[in-house]
Design a protein around this ligand. Sequence first.
Ligand SMILES: [Zn+2]
Length: 184
Amino acid sequence: MSENRLPGEKVATIEEYLPGDNTFEDGDAIRSASVGTVELNKTEQLVSIQNKKSPMVPKIGDIIVGTVEANLGSMMAVSIKYINGVENESNIECICTIRHLRKKNAALVKDVVKLKIINHVNGTIHAGIDEHDLGVLYTKCRKCFGKVVKVRDAVKCSECGWIDDRKLSSDFEQADFLKFDEIK
Ligand SMILES: [Zn+2]
């Protein structure tokens, strides 16, 4: 069991195991919240993801900027690139619930988002997106990957005209210190 798991990947079911470090529950599934290898603790029935690096962990209340690695509809996994404006290279992930936003495309995979850390549960970092300044900082058109502009609380593609919903940050279009293509 040494292959690497990606954020959002199913690692077990709740019938088999309890969620341990770097995992989260999603319906009947236990999914990885981080890049790492699966570790099964049969005694305690725990499934964890072992993260090789010992990353710098953001604290509750910290503002992070990261890229969306997986969007499961009800929640998304975000790879943290900045903590309180300081670049972070450990690629630690956090989970953000988006079900309540009632937006079909609150954020797309690869979008750059700004979130606030709300708690740590079982070694998984949970972040919120609800506040005005939180949400998508950078996104592209879902149809043609063209450049989009803000139209009220949605975005419109300046190439093909497609209009799409996002949970936009009030900093959207102002965060030009972030050049998407430089974030890998
Ligand atoms: Zn387009």
